[in-house]
Ligand binder design. Sequence first.
Ligand code: HEC
Length: 108
Amino acid sequence: MKLQRTLMSLSLCLFTVVTVTVTATATAADTARGEALADGCTSCHGVLGASQGHIPSINQMSRVQFITALNEYREQKRTATIMNRIARTYTPEEIEQLADYFTQGLAP
Ligand code: HEC
């Protein structure tokens, strides 16, 4: 009984550590995945998100602004011509990976 309880709290503890680590830091794999996903954005938003045309640049947004915008498009809460349709096709995890890619080196 006692051993069982100790094992349970140990695994709970490990689970917490792993979860916190995963959400706190973007791994190299996340960044690579973000780069691959970004190919679906750069035809409109420009290389690295620096637009050359009338579509807004997305290379100067903070991570929070970026994720908020994408989530609001996904939930149809932000006016859009196209982004509401595009954002719906990405999971919350993929949106974070896209944010990691487009907001590298900017404020959180
Ligand atoms: C077909 C062209 C097109 C593609 C592809 C596209 N976008 Fe957009 N994006 C737009 C347009 C146009 C807007 C302005 C809002 C609207 O009208 O939908 C916009 C707005 C945004 C904004 C808000 C910018 C701001 O200043 O508020 C973000 C963030 C964004 N897009 C991210 C992305 C990401 C990430 C991808 C790839 C997953 C992507 N977009 C793919 C055309 C595109």
